[in-house]
Design a protein around this ligand. Structure first.
Ligand code: MIC
Ligand code: SF4
Length: 646
């Protein structure tokens, strides 16, 4: 039986486990990536376990999320990250250099390697034929310190792309079509491997758009082969030596196959408030839009913005629309300036933002109350734009540009002769300039570096080992598909406290249930009741850390998103799963849960939960490997790492 490229890479990185079973495997991690929302924690962990240096090469800290500094919090964070990076031998990408995932494709992604990133869109680098997995910070910290990454042996889901995209139809429409077919749960437990004749006409940046949103399908990651297109891209970035060919065997077997004919696709849009609520853009035409944003790690490449600019050229942005554009990196921005594209954008009435995440994560451009926004980003969860009741649609750059002109969601093909867009390709040679990156080689004697800790950097909260008896009250009962954005929302006013846990914790579930924090504090020990796919979306480990800080000892849910489950384990919170999903109905807020002989039950993997006051009991599963059980018993991964390094 032939091998897929996913299996080839996993095999060559296998440290432990058997690839033929469904059990957990451990793989070697070559590279690690952090951004500022997670990297502060990464640095705090390195300090807290008294590490000397990192073991992955490269390890990169990118400052791309909290780049605004309207008060001192974010600048304190940047200084802390920079000095920690210099001390521990980490690359540091300055604010303004660009969005981590785009920069990683430009400078570091390598075919056939494995990367673990503390950001859920790490799969973007899968465009270059590497296994790039997003994970919680503590898992990334373990790998950064030389441990392999443990994951359940993934299934390989093959998306076979045939045909060729027609002008005006974009890579974003491919990924939206995949979401329409698979839903936000369809990729759970899978690596999505893209193959088929259709990929030969997709540039690396188009592949990056598609791989980027594999996380929205719930997948572990997405990956493309490394072929001649990859070689040309690496050559254009001055990194030809990083190329090796990596193709699936002709008789490669896959666990599932989905086929998408690119020639049949049309411009699509995901409707509020889930990325899988996909419809044809032309069918939504009467939606009046207030703002448009073109950018984010999904759609901020040179060709993305050049195509939008081509549509806007010689026209004006609708008078009632606010159009903002965030180029993905300094390299992209410089090329747009060089080619005169920026002038076309500015002349049309577009506002240019810095090269950062920006509106994608609610940092700037919050829509007005009940406002309608059209964005090229990847998530349209309620409240993510920083406006609790805004309506966000996700589209391609071409559709976004057409919408900015028309004022309502528009199909670009109705506006102009879109064949001209074919000329807006990626540059043949990129302008490489690492002057906004501090490399380990730039530091003369890293041991002399003093880490600078401003007021906003508060030490991580500690917790003890697992208790022998848990007695905790249900503090909230939630439905299906709860996102980490629901648990701890985004937005600049909230995220600036990312390094200050007591302050940040005040915002836990603030839109879903504003009484959550005060009740959790009063109860002291509590439990969360969840539905299916609990904790989907961002890797935001604070969605586990803050509940831990507020006394949550267990979550009992119908099922979990992979990264969040990992985060719960890493913070010592029991991720219980209903053995019988109907038991969910029996549970209410304020029920007092009792779990006895916790250590024995953790070992068994099955836990009896009783609610004495109601005379109810139910069985919950604890689907953990022996390694995870050890972490849970020690009270989480920080304790585990500290004990190990001792
Ligand atoms: C996001 O897109 O939600 C983020 C902000 O990049 C997160 C990271 C975080 O929440 O810390 C992600 O995708 O993992
Ligand atoms: Fe940044 Fe948005 Fe990408 Fe997250 S999804 S890394 S916030 S651009």
């Amino acid at each position: 039986m032939g091998l897929s490229i996913s299996k080839k890479i996993l095999q060559s990185h296998l440290l432990d486990g058997d690839m033929t079973t469904n059990a957990q495997i451990t793989i070697k991690v070559d590279q690690t990536l952090w951004e500022d929302l997670t990297g502060i924690m990464g640095a705090q962990i390195l300090e807290s376990v008294q590490a000397d240096k990192v073991s992955t090469e490269p390890t990169v800290f990118y400052v791309d999320h909290n780049t605004l500094a309207t008060s001192t919090e974010n600048s304190d964070d940047h200084l802390y990250m920079r000095t920690a990076a210099q001390k521990f031998g980490i690359y540091y990408s300055k604010p303004g250099n660009g969005i981590c995932h785009l920069l990683h494709c430009e400078r570091f992604a390598k075919p056939s390697q494995v990367m673990l990133g503390a950001d859920s869109h790490t799969p973007t680098s899968g465009a270059l034929g590497m296994i790039a997995i997003g994970s919680g910070g503590l898992s990334v910290a373990k790998s950064m310190l030389g441990e392999g990454f443990r994951l359940n042996n993934p299934q390989i889901l093959n998306i076979k792309l045939t045909g060729q995209l027609r002008p005006g139809v974009s890579a974003k429409d491919v990924t939206l079509e995949a979401l329409r077919i698979l839903s936000v749960k369809g990729g759970i437990g899978c690596i999505i491997e893209f193959t088929g004749d259709g990929i030969q006409n997709l540039s690396i940046m188009q592949r990056a758009t598609i791989a980027n949103m594999s996380i929205e399908m719930g997948a572990t990651t997405g990956i493309f082969p490394s072929d001649q297109v990859t070689k040309e891209y690496l050559k254009a970035q001055g990194r030809e030596q990083d190329w090796i060919e990596l193709l699936p065997d002709a008789d490669a077997e896959y666990d599932k196959v989905v086929e998408i004919n690119l020639s049949e696709l049309e411009p699509l849009a995901a409707k509020p408030h889930m990325p899988d609520l996909v419809e044809k853009a032309s069918a939504l035409g009467d939606v009046k839009v207030g703002s448009v944003f073109i950018g984010s790690c999904t759609n901020s490449s040179y060709s993305d913005i050049a195509k939008a600019a081509r549509i806007l050229k010689g026209k004006k942005v609708h008078k009632e629309i606010d159009l903002t554009i965030g180029p993905g990196s300094k390299q992209v921005l410089e090329q747009l300036i060089h080619d005169g594209v920026l002038a076309d954008l500015v002349s049309s009435g577009a506002r240019i933002l810095e090269c950062a995440c920006g509106p994608c994560i609610g940092i700037g451009q919050a829509p007005p109350g009940r406002g309608v926004a059209v964005r090229t980003s990847n998530r349209n969860f309620k409240g993510r734009s920083s406006t609790a009741d805004a309506f966000v649609y996700l589209v391609s750059p071409e559709t976004a540009a057409a919408t900015a002109i028309m004022g309502t969601i528009a199909d670009p093909r109705d506006l102009m002769d879109v064949t001209v867009l074919q000329d807006c390709d990626e540059p043949a040679v990129y302008k490489v300039d690492d002057s906004m990156m501090i490399t380990p080689d730039d530091v003369k004697d890293r041991h002399q570096i003093q880490i600078i800790r401003g007021e906003n950097i508060v030490p991580l909260p500690e917790r003890g080992a697992l208790k022998e008896t848990i007695r905790a009250t249900a503090v909230i009962k939630l439905g299906d598909n709860i996102t980490t954005d629901d648990i701890i929302p985004a937005g600049s006013n909230i995220l600036k406290y990312i390094a200050n846990i007591p302050k940040f914790a005040e915002f836990t579930f603030c839109y879903t249930d504003p009484t959550f924090v005060s009740r959790a504090k009063e109860l002291k020990t509590s439990v969360i009741i969840g539905g299916d796919n609990y904790g989907q979306g961002s890797s935001r480990e604070h969605a586990a850390l803050l509940p831990m800080f507020l006394g949550v000892e267990a979550v009992v849910a119908k099922s979990y998103a992979r990264i969040h489950k990992e985060n719960l384990i890493n913070y010592g919170i029991l991720p219980l799963v209903f053995k019988n999903k109907d038991d969910y109905e029996k549970l209410d807020v304020n029920d007092v849960f009792v779990i006895e002989k916790v250590y024995d039950q953790v070992d068994k993997g099955e836990v009896i939960v009783t609610i004495p006051e109601k005379n109810v009991s139910f069985t919950a599963l604890l689907e953990l490997s022996d390694y995870d059980k050890r972490i849970i018993k020690e009270g989480g991964a920080v304790n585990y790492l500290r004990n190990k390094l001792k």
